[in-house]
Design a protein around this ligand. Sequence first.
Ligand SMILES: C[S@@+](CC[C@H](N)C(=O)[O-])C[C@H]1O[C@@H](n2cnc3c(N)ncnc32)[C@H](O)[C@@H]1O
Length: 251
Amino acid sequence: MSAFSSVDQAADPDRLIRSLDHFASGLAAMKHYMAVTHALRRPTRPVLDLGCGAGHDLEILAAVGVACVGVDASRVMLGTAAERVGGSLVQATGELLPFADHAFGGCRIERVLMHVADPAVVVAEVVRCVEPGGLLTIFEPDWSSLTVNGSPVPTRWVSLARHPAVGGAVGELLREVGSSVVDRVEERSWWSAADFEQLTDIESSLDRAVANGHASGDEVRQWLEDVRRAAAAGDFTAEIAKVLWVATAPR
Ligand SMILES: C[S@@+](CC[C@H](N)C(=O)[O-])C[C@H]1O[C@@H](n2cnc3c(N)ncnc32)[C@H](O)[C@@H]1O
């Protein structure tokens, strides 16, 4: 399980916040796209940012004039969001939101469903809290699409997320609760070798894959050696699909 599933119990929550800060700039285009998509609907009720983390998107929503409420399971994340952005922040899990039916004009979720126990439960709970026809934007990676130097990498080697491929499955979850998917936008992120190693915590992830019987020690050692040799020669690409689902809550 990734430390993002349980930030307050993590050995070093500040490292997780630094990681969100580091990757926020590469994700800026999609973050703004989501915020503007909400703003253009001129919601008359606040928009929920579920799993708001350190508040990067609350700041962007506010900048485009969208009233918003940040919800996160982590006290530490909310403390950081409070210092940086302030506003309306609530500690809760997406599985059990302390809000009335239809309390929100819309909801955004980013890189959260991959970490929760059951994404279907969270999507259903969010839909309950959003007004009929309200906008839902959900942006999650699909780790099963990862390639390094053009070759697929087994997901179990590199991702600790509970639902690493949820990015490809959100449309189905939305349809199951009666939402209408109106758009699917795919971004292919490129990572530098250093970012790839940081994001995947590659050495411990590969050790874990070997310990769990998903690969042999020789296999992963050779693979990592090849990847690092190529990176040192300036020949490294890591590419992964991240999928934004745009939908409306059931009417
Ligand atoms: C990878 S971070 C993404 C933060 C933010 N959405 C962003 O894009 O910067 C995942 C966030 O989801 C939160 N989280 C994990 N499980 C959750 C749950 N069941 N309910 C609500 N938040 C959760 C974590 O505490 C963390 O802040």
